[in-house]
Ligand binder design. Sequence first.
Ligand code: PLP
Length: 621
Amino acid sequence: HAVYGVEKWGKDLIVVTGDGEIGLRNPARPDAPAVSLPEILRDLEQRGIRAPMLLRISSYLENEIAHINNSFAEAIARSGYKGVYRGVFPIKVNQQAQVIDRIVEFGHRYNYGLEAGSKPELVIALAHKLAPEALIVCNGVKDAEFIRLAILSRKLGFNTVIVLESPKEAETVIEVYKELGIEPLLGVRVKLTNQISGKWEESSGDRSSFGMNTDQLVRVVDKLRDAGLIHCLKLQHSHLGSQVPDVNDVRRAVGEACRYFTELNAEGVPLSHLDLGGGMGVDYTGEKRATENSINYTVEEYCANVVETVAYAMDEAGVDHPTIVTESGRAVVATSSMLVFNVLESTLYDAPTAPGVEPDDHHLVADLAAVDGYLTPARLQECWNDATFYRNELRALFRRGYVGLRQMARAERIYLSLMARIKTMVAEVEAETDLDVQMEKIADIYHCNFSLFQSLPDVWAIDQLHPIVPLQMLNREPDRRAVLSDITCDSDGKVDRFILADGVSPSLPVHSLPEDEDYYLGVFFVGAYQETLGDLHNLFGDTNVVTIDLRADGGFDLLHEQEGDTISEVLSYVEYDPADCVAAFRKLVDGAISNGGLKASERKLIIGAYRDSINGYTYYE
Ligand code: PLP
């Protein structure tokens, strides 16, 4: 199993057990044995809960919240920083009730708050009992209704901060203040000019969509002063970006944010909170390097760098140390969810034996078969090129009618038998060849029971890498290489980049599918952004979602189950009334009985089949 690099990316949460199965460890209980993930699936299956499913590990969420809050607290204590840390969780990163409820519960002792980027998210935030000092930070475009609700919520004791995104928003706030006569708690969103490298480079710097430039900032300060509200401006917000790969970019951006803070202070703005937005990354690949899917820092280093940079800038300007706020989302939730699905079948891209060449076969069939005679590790690439050329020429002849069906089938099988030998040799050749790189062209296709568009949208949209690994048989040598194809009818629905111990590979080492049991794969660290960004392509709906807690004795507790969408539910999302569908189908059936196409005795069976489908799971059962 060393090939999968679980030790590298698993963060000690995901491990391989002595039985060759993926195990889940709870770092908060280092002495507890790892809980076998296939064992969890077997148990859930007995309870009637089947894959594909999203498994949320509550303990991982709790640990991550503790990790970030404790790391800031330690950095603050170690450096003698005079302010405190008050994190907020950005609801958009995972809005699911089971996740937000637990974040609020686990975060209570840290005065952990919520960030709302829209009216619906503010409505979610206000449905929770937060700790007395926790913040609700409101970002995004806000109309008067949004602002009114934010201001009124202060009457209930919520520390709801309206972060002004533009001078126009400041005018709306002033109007609502005059209407209600209640003072708002305000912030200003400042656009930093520093660009931050990585996948989200465009969301930072001059051209980013959100926040104000210096000119707009000054106008807002003047407007608030004129309206007698400058004393309400307590927070400066400067979003650093997302999945920031290089910690030195964090330092540079925080330094710039501090310049605005100290300048505003010099203008007499009584700021007390510095909000640095999101950006703390997740090391998806385990490389520990500043690459798109990895980061070159730990949570502790991130916190220490932020605290140190803010302290230095404030001390230099003689400004009191502010409360530090961050809105880390990805780093809080990504590791806590995993997607698990079964492989339905495989299209093998090789064949164990080659048929003989028939006397009447085209000479290209003989040329193809002859490649076997000079196939050696040294001539691997040449043999692959030749075999592919002859096979393609034969396909062209087939299309024009010069080669028949049986002859073409023979040629395809000879080709596949050559591929079988080439694959074995590629695996044995030490030096990297072009074939290594082209492996996906000769890899098997494993057809899997999930929708990429519903469950892993970032893999499709932005080439996000997540660790993917078989959950069982890991004490056996994987004997095949595969790319994964999902259950949608879209050729884009495939995964062909995998994190392995020695880097990113176009195919995943897998085992021949066992005949008498399911073969499961797990996709890890999918807790951030994937659930709501997913869509209904081909009408595959939400998967089953199960939340569990890892026990100290190596068992687990089932905390919550959310059944996946039924077909009836997804139909209603696209404007169908399922009852109307059943009625329309029944009418067609009765019509067929009237005109003699169907026997009356078949009515029950056919309508029953329709009803069973409409009430069932959208995935393969
Ligand atoms: N805060 C704001 C304003 C954001 O736009 C985002 C996401 O881009 C976040 C917080 C969360 O960022 P991350 O998930 O990288 O921590």
